[in-house]
Design a protein around this ligand. Structure first.
Ligand code: ZN
Ligand code: ZN
Length: 304
């Protein structure tokens, strides 16, 4: 192949059971052959032939030829999965095309950002992990989830995995890396005068991926929650924010411990403030939501 193929041509290559079997067999054979510390094994034609139920070597040779370029790479040592091959095979093997098992409603710790009640419930809705407030009926958090993530996990383990994934995604987004496809994100800060969030944080950071079109939105303070300065600030106060879910920050915004404001125009600059006891961490952000300076202030009495 070599020249770029259309999406339909690429998927047509997979509308053949033997080819899907070949791709999965390569992943199975690789996991059997891989030595700890070495990269993915490249498989010789005979290794693949041993693992696939195909009539004869010329049939296998034909299918390998069709898959090479898009789903497989071929070198002198043998065959290995390409990026597209990896994505498709891991997707198939993990069963992520299946419907996830139902889950919830389960009570979950945390405060509602809208009404301040501690009455949060989590459940799966249309393959989305969502948290709603049972007191005011508003959704307070939502995150895509995979069927493999739900499978074989207790409620507690699932919630822990969602926290971890949310934190990892936020860190990548803050660094401009699209968690979905790896392309560069462009971010901007938007003022939200009609924000449903408390007045303390009425700015939204929106990060757009021009490659896969995913958009990631977060209140300005949340966008810096996993910045090294924030992690260190809370760590010094005995709190590990890297294990916290996004919804566990709601109480900080609800009671004004977290706040944001615009501090300069043309070019626009913003400040996120995080208060803990008598200490405050200030993070200065530019118009692309990049942190340009941080400062800790002690015993400052602030009016939020
Ligand atoms: Zn509520
Ligand atoms: Zn993307």
């Amino acid at each position: 192949m070599g020249e770029s193929s259309s999406a339909t041509e690429i998927f047509r290559l997979l509308s053949d059971e033997t080819r899907v079997d070949i791709l999965c067999a390569i992943a199975v054979a690789q996991s059997e052959l891989e030595q700890a510390g070495s990269g993915p094994a490249e498989l010789a034609f005979s290794d693949i032939y041993d693992h696939v139920d195909v009539e004869n070597t010329s049939k296998l040779s034909y299918h390998l030829g069709e898959l090479t370029g898009t789903y497989l790479r071929k070198s002198d040592e043998g065959y290995s999965l390409s990026h597209a091959g990896e994505r498709i095979v891991r997707f198939i093997l993990s069963g992520n095309y299946e419907q996830p098992e139902s889950f919830g409603p389960e009570p979950v710790d945390g405060m509602c950002v809208f009404c301040g009640e501690e009455a949060l419930e989590t459940r799966l809705s249309h393959q989305f992990f969502r948290i709603d407030c049972a007191a005011c009926d508003q959704q307070v958090a939502g995150q895509p989830i995979t069927p493999a993530q739900v499978r074989d996990r207790t409620a507690e383990a699932l919630i822990r995995s969602v926290k971890l994934q949310g934190a990892e995604d936020y860190r990548q987004v803050r660094r401009g890396l699209c968690p979905e496809c790896g392309a560069q994100l462009s971010a901007e800060v938007l003022g939200l005068p009609e924000s449903p969030l408390p007045d303390a944080d009425s700015f939204l950071v929106t990060s757009q991926c021009d490659a896969c079109l995913r958009t990631y939105n977060s209140p300005l303070t949340y966008s810096v929650a996993y910045h090294p300065a924030s992690i260190a600030f809370y760590w010094d106060h005995g709190i590990d924010v890297t294990t916290k879910g996004i919804w566990e920050f709601h109480e900080y915004v609800y009671d004004g411990r977290w706040a944001s404001e615009q501090v300069a125009s043309d070019p626009d600059e913003y400040e996120a403030l995080m208060q803990h006891g008598e200490d405050t961490l200030r993070l200065r952000l530019d118009s692309s939501a990049t942190v340009t300076a941080t400062e800790r202030v002690r015993r400052e009495s602030r009016e939020f």
